[in-house]
Design a protein around this ligand. Structure first.
Ligand SMILES: *Cc1c(COP(=O)(O)O)cnc(C)c1O
Length: 223
């Protein structure tokens, strides 16, 4: 049987995060719309999804004031499906992808906010840029600004490990890159630092995260 969404856990987490001015994105991938609505009714408006098709299907059925965050791997040819409504793309990791986001945002006569995804984990499989690539991308964007895309901050995922020391070091590193870029590039104004999931969000917040992406702690394990 499907476990219902944990409302008391939600209220506990949202109180904890609000006190620290941290935004909660409820990660609802693979979870049905009625469970999303259960959190919506408690006041939650930011939801995160990983798959374009699943997101567009859910967005159609759900209230229009939901702010949808795209947090999965985004293929260039799928940008057009989310460009009309996406609130924040967390996973911009190449100029090619950003160029397509900009083109599709322009087509829809809107601006799309993006985070640049950085690779901070040990695992090879996680997407994102390293620090030199980030620097090159920001240099290029400074020379040729995008008209319908705004870079709002950075996103990263820590290693999947029980070793909290490693996780903390990776988050601290991302925070240092975030600060360094803000200091060295006046006018850039990175304000969002998206790091932390169910297993490590408290460490992430201690290390300066102001947006956490939490799924299984709210919705139960994904089957
Ligand atoms: C699935 C996912 C999450 C949520 O993971 P939980 O461990 O269930 O909280 C957060 N961020 C990204 C990028 C994800 O893919």
């Amino acid at each position: 049987m499907q476990m219902p969404v944990d409302q008391s856990k939600y209220l506990e987490i949202i109180d904890e995060l609000k006190a620290k001015n941290v935004t909660l994105v409820a990660v609802s991938k693979t979870k049905p719309v009625d469970e999303i609505l259960a959190l919506y009714e408690l006041g939650q408006r930011d939801f995160g999804e990983n798959y374009v098709q699943e997101l567009t299907a859910k967005a159609e059925q759900l209230p229009k004031d939901i702010r949808w965050h795209f947090i999965g791997h985004l293929q260039t040819n799928k940008v057009k499906y989310i460009a009309p409504f996406i609130h924040l793309v967390h996973v911009a990791d190449s100029l090619k992808l950003l160029g397509e986001i900009d083109r599709q945002a322009a087509k829809n006569n809107r601006r799309v906010d993006c985070l640049l995804q950085m690779h901070i984990a040990k695992e090879e499989t996680k997407f994102g840029m390293d620090e030199p690539e980030l620097g090159e991308a920001l240099d290029s964007l400074a020379r040729q600004p995008l008209s319908h895309t705004r870079i709002r901050g950075l996103m990263g995922m820590a290693s999947f490990t029980e070793d909290k020391g490693i996780v903390r070091r990776e988050f601290r590193y991302l925070r240092s890159v975030f600060d360094k870029q803000n200091e060295s590039r006046p006018g850039l104004e990175l304000t969002i630092l998206s790091m932390g999931m169910s297993g490590d969000y408290q460490i992430a917040v201690e290390e300066g995260s102001n947006l956490v992406r939490i799924g299984s702690l709210l919705f139960g394990a994904r089957g």
